[in-house]
Design a binder for this molecule. Sequence first.
Ligand code: SF4
Length: 221
Amino acid sequence: MTKEERTKRILEKLDARYGTTKEGFFHRQDWQLLVAIMLSAQSTDKQVDETLPALFERFQTARDVADAPVEEIERYIRSVGLYKIKARNMKKCCTQIMEEYGGRVPDRLEEVLKLAGVGRKTGTLFLADAYGIPGVTVDTHVFRVSKRLGWAVGKNPQEVEQELMEVLPVDHWNRINFQLIYLGREICTARKAYCVKCPLRIWCKTGGQEEEAHPSGSIPL
Ligand code: SF4
């Protein structure tokens, strides 16, 4: 089987197991989606989901965030990780959106990356979710699982992002992120790859090796 055929089978399995769309964060406006993605770094989706309704009830426009004292923003996002830094970034980012972009989050990566608190991962994910712009977002799970699958050998997220864009069809770019996150949390974990349970094992570059190293009976499920 060629590498392309193996990749195709893997992608079909990922679609079948994890679906092709992910339920997005609660939001009504593009700046709210950007804020939600910023808040999700170092936090669980559940923490963010619980934070957003009250946050967006109080701050209904990017101008509201830009004008608010940082201490007040902190009170609304206290339950997410790194909330003090995120509150400062939210205020700066919303000020930029109002003063430099006319109240709308830009739709080009180079511009989105100029906003306070927006790194490559947040920016790519935002453009995909808000505007449907294809992009591969590489977080710790995507980085690790891509290498185990044999899709990438890069030393940093940006190198792996480039490799994945070459390996994957464009129409799969936006969903590979959440699919590999789910697989990485559930089966191909940082601590151990539970290959015996993995639906990708037949086509995975390291799946067979892991199986030899850890016979099924000895793998904790
Ligand atoms: S077969 Fe093993 S190494 Fe490959 S993706 Fe699945 S769990 Fe990870």
